[in-house]
Design a binder for this molecule. Sequence first.
Ligand code: ADE
Length: 259
Amino acid sequence: MNFYIMTLFPEMVMDGLNTSILKRAMERDAIHVEAFNIRDYTQDKHKKVDDYPYGGGAGMLMQAQPVFSTYEAILEKRGKKDRCRVIFLSPQGRVFDQSFARELAQEEDLIFLCGHYEGVDERVLEEIVTDEVSIGDYVLTGGELPAMVMIDAISRMVPGVLNNEESAVTESHSDHLLEYPQYSRPEVWHGKPVPEVLMSGHHAKIAEWRLAQSVERTKRKRPDLYEQYRMEHPECENPEPKKRRRRRTSNTEENTCNS
Ligand code: ADE
């Protein structure tokens, strides 16, 4: 999958993404991430990319021309005739979540436009943007961090990005249930023992316990998610852990309630 990022701070996004799991994914060519510096495409002789808003008001606006020229350079680099989704990061957009990440992971190419200053000239947004996306109800200084957040969440769902062990991990939010608690060595820490069932070696019992923990946590910490889980799993209304098992064998995010 290819991610193209239009930004005034290419080092920020590339340095941030080129670490750990995503670095490995780029080395394996499971994903390709490329940042385009909007300033490189301005026709202004002083390399200016912003100007005052017509009608007055605070701050500066990113101008249409450098953004559009950057977009054209990406299309040329991409070398495909069909259009692809162009995501404009903005607090006014649709709020990003796991199911949106899953949807976007089906795309072959995605272009991100990171705004700065007080905004971007509306005319270029009208012309190129297909999706306006927010990562939450708060205002950041620019779209770079939101683009990085989205690329991380989307990439995890691209085949070949996570290894078997990583994809076998049950994921928070994957089916509207939060992750169950986990423990590692030592067996007792600060007087707190690891729950006995986890030491039993009884896999079915462990799976049962984990599902029950996930359900209880979701109900307590995120009643909104629990409502969605209940709606999507009416058969799990009163979880009877003995019959229910939560399986995670791949990153297809499959959940098995009864199997
Ligand atoms: N730009 C500024 N704030 C943002 C947010 N919350 N989400 C996406 N882009 C933004």
